[in-house]
Design a protein around this ligand. Structure first.
Ligand SMILES: *[C@@H]1O[C@H](CO)[C@@H](O)[C@H](O)[C@H]1NC(C)=O
Ligand SMILES: *[C@@H]1O[C@H](CO)[C@@H](O)[C@H](O)[C@H]1NC(C)=O
Ligand SMILES: *[C@@H]1O[C@H](CO)[C@@H](O)[C@H](O)[C@H]1NC(C)=O
Ligand SMILES: *[C@@H]1O[C@H](CO)[C@@H](O)[C@H](O)[C@H]1NC(C)=O
Ligand SMILES: *[C@@H]1O[C@H](CO)[C@@H](O)[C@H](O)[C@H]1NC(C)=O
Length: 612
């Protein structure tokens, strides 16, 4: 149900023949921009008197705070503590919302409660104080005949219509100054999402709205209540179009009607989707320069986690559903989650993997550590951070020996018969580009080209160089049977890996933990042109999880300095390590992160240029 705002400046007669529906309003409270959602969450049960007395001339929306009082006596000191708590725990609330207060007494106090709040209310400029329970005549504050909301609402800041008594949620508006989003989203009452219509002036950026954190309480059923999530624009969200990073694609197709089940799991667990995030076209990885602002994020989970100081997981293949997600290569695709907080990361993983989390299928952590690409002694600050982490992990796991892995030489001495004596780099060289180019071409490109041509007199849409070069190569430089061969080679490698490198174990799920350096604080500047996009051939440690279907998880472990060619000063970048275990042992690595946090070996990185 849509609510029609009747702003005081609107002449009712002039809109009689037009269809006017509100997409919400932008309101400034204490200098901060807010968005009042168009869908009321409740409506007041009060006398008309009260509403008219609360309406300041020209202002239709009254900032209001709903407070839950659990004390037996709501004194000035309880009130101030609550205001302090709201201010500290929520970036949406500010004291401007204390113009009106609705107090819901949920404590076990007497039926008639005293609210000796006069001075405190004056201090915050409170014009309207509405206790839900009867109050004594000796109360110092003003009160009105008021029985409450038709539907009780959670504590927090809201906007109340002075004309209708309807109550609307408050979203704080932020400028997307990093250019990370394609659209700001807001949930509709029917469970779909729609595009946020509000805009904060200045900053030359899109606007993102976030609801008050005070509306949400985490519970067993809603472990992600109020967690704000951005979703890469290759996951469908009902009510919103998907772009896959391509404007022609975005124009061509209508809004999706079904949300990808991975995203739906997050929403069902209480997460709030605040926007769709930029992707390279059709998720074909590339390194961005600042000339082309559409491309901000490259890689999918692992690289953005490594360079931004986040925990992130590429799951074991198949454990998280991919319906409603754009295909790059179904043989390789997975859906993961990145965040700074390892506890939130684990909570989100339990929701995303659902019953596939397999946290309970091991009794102890692995004792065996394998490293790949580690230095033997540290010659840089970042290497010092890396080796210090390794040493603490060895102590934590009670590991006695750490083995350095050399994949090409181990392969050379144990080459599977099916590989016909090929070195590993030759054997796997074109597996990745064959799979992504040929599988994406048949599943996505062909139907997209056909639909686009049908709607545009036979024309082809514009495609960025990176996907175009790969699709062309997959259609002209390799045979049509290359996908089958690539899957054979990938499968041979996967079996070799789990028999020779990281073996499964009944005791610890994975016999060993394999570490490789994720990022070592070396900058990738955006004001430097790189080589033209090409075909991503080759094999390296970062391809192992794609081919062996094993989890590859990023832990931020510290930071190190570098001399910036931009600021001409010493700056800091994150240091990260990647962790791989046997297929299906993802749950054990989330547990490990949590235990390492408790042991002080891992921390929660901060935002900004100093992550630790
Ligand atoms: C304020 O927060 C503290 C710490 O979370 C809590 O102990 C206290 O009960 C809160 N006070 C009120 C009035 O909610
Ligand atoms: C768990 O993984 C299996 C194997 O890929 C998949 O078929 C199943 O749908 C997954 N279960 C859930 C609850 O996601
Ligand atoms: C693909 O084949 C064409 C024509 O034979 C050749 O010019 C081109 O270099 C090849 N592309 C790649 C990436 O190998
Ligand atoms: C698969 O491996 C064979 C070697 O046995 C190699 O000749 C071929 O190019 C590989 N094919 C793909 C698509 O990876
Ligand atoms: C794990 O236990 C099962 C059943 O007891 C057994 O068949 C299997 O070989 C064991 N696997 C390993 C890796 O020890």
């Amino acid at each position: 149900m849509r609510f029609i705002f009747v702003a005081s400046a609107l002449n009712l007669a002039s809109i009689a023949s037009a269809v006017v529906s509100s997409s919400g309003q932008t309101v400034v409270v204490n200098g901060i921009s807010y968005y009042a959602s168009p869908d009321p969450v409740s409506i007041i049960d009060a006398t008309a008197d009260m509403l008219s007395s609360s309406s300041t001339s020209g202002v239709d929306l009254i900032p209001l705070t709903v407070m839950a009082d659990t004390s037996s006596s709501f004194t000035t000191s309880v009130f101030r503590t609550l205001v302090g708590n709201y201010t500290a725990s929520d970036d949406v609330f500010n004291t401007g919302f204390l113009q009106a207060i609705y107090l819901n007494h949920v404590g076990s106090g007497p039926a008639t409660v005293k609210y000796p709040l006069g001075a405190a209310l004056t201090e915050y400029g409170t014009k309207l104080f509405m206790p839900a329970r009867a109050y004594t005549s000796s109360v110092e504050s003003q009160g009105y005949s008021f029985t409450g909301w038709r539907t009780e609402v959670a504590p927090g800041p809201y906007f109340m219509s002075a004309l209708t008594g309807e109550l609307f949620q408050a979203y704080r508006l932020y400028s997307d100054i990093q250019g990370a989003f394609t659209d700001g989203l807001i949930p509709s009452l029917n469970g779909d999402y729609s595009i946020l219509s509000a805009a904060v002036p200045g900053a030359q950026s899109l606007t993102i709205g976030v609801p008050s954190r005070l509306y949400y309480t985490k519970t067993a059923a809603q472990p992600l209540a109020g967690v704000r999530v951005g979703v890469k624009d290759i996951f469908d969200i009902a009510g919103v179009k998907s772009s896959l990073g391509n404007r022609a694609y975005y124009e061509l197709y209508p809004a999706r009607t079904v949300t990808a089940s991975s995203v739906q799991r997050l929403i069902d667990a209480g997460a709030v989707i605040i926007g769709k995030m930029k992707t390279s076209q059709f998720a074909n990885g590339e390194t961005a320069t600042d000339d082309w602002p559409w491309i901000r994020h490259w890689g999918s989970i692992r690289n953005p986690s490594q360079v931004n100081g986040c925990f992130g997981n590429r799951p074991s293949h198949g454990l998280v559903p991919l319906d409603g997600v754009m295909p790059l290569s179904p043989a390789l695709d997975t859906a993961g989650f990145l965040t700074r907080d390892p506890l939130l990361w684990h909570a989100a993983a339990k929701v995303l993997y659902s019953t596939n989390i397999t946290s309970s299928n091991y009794k102890t952590f692995p004792k065996k550590i394998i490293t790949s690409g580690f230095p033997t002694t540290a010659t840089t600050e970042a290497q010092t951070v890396l080796l210090a982490f390794l040493s603490k992990l060895e102590t934590f796991l009670g590991s006695t020996s750490t083995t350095a892995l050399n994949i090409p030489s181990l392969w050379a001495s144990t080459t599977p018969a099916a590989a016909n004596g090929d070195g590993i780099n030759d054997y796997l060289n074109i597996v990745y580009p064959v799979l992504i180019s040929q599988q994406q071409y048949s599943l996505l490109t062909l139907p997209f080209y056909a639909d686009y041509a049908a709607a545009n007199s036979g024309k082809r849409p514009f495609i960025d160089p990176s996907p175009l070069i790969r699709w062309t190569w997959g259609q002209t430089n390799v045979s049509a049977s290359a996908t089958d061969e690539a899957i054979t080679n990938k499968t041979v490698f996967m079996e070799w890996w789990q028999e020779n490198v990281v073996l499964p174990s009944n005791e610890s799920c994975s016999e060993s933990i394999l570490l490789y350096p994720g990022s070592l604080a070396s900058p990738t500047y955006r004001n430097v042109y790189r080589s033209a996009p090409g075909v991503p051939t080759g094999f390296s440690i970062s391809r192992v999880s794609n081919f062996a279907e094993v989890p590859d998880m990023v832990f931020p472990i510290g930071q190190a300095s570098y001399q910036s060619t931009i600021t001409l000063q010493s700056e800091m970048l994150p240091v990260a390590v990647d962790i791989m275990v046997a297929k299906g042992c993802d749950g054990m690595v989330f547990d490990l992160a949590e235990k390492l946090l408790a042991a002080g070996i891992l921390g929660v990185p901060k935002t900004g240029s100093l992550t630790f």
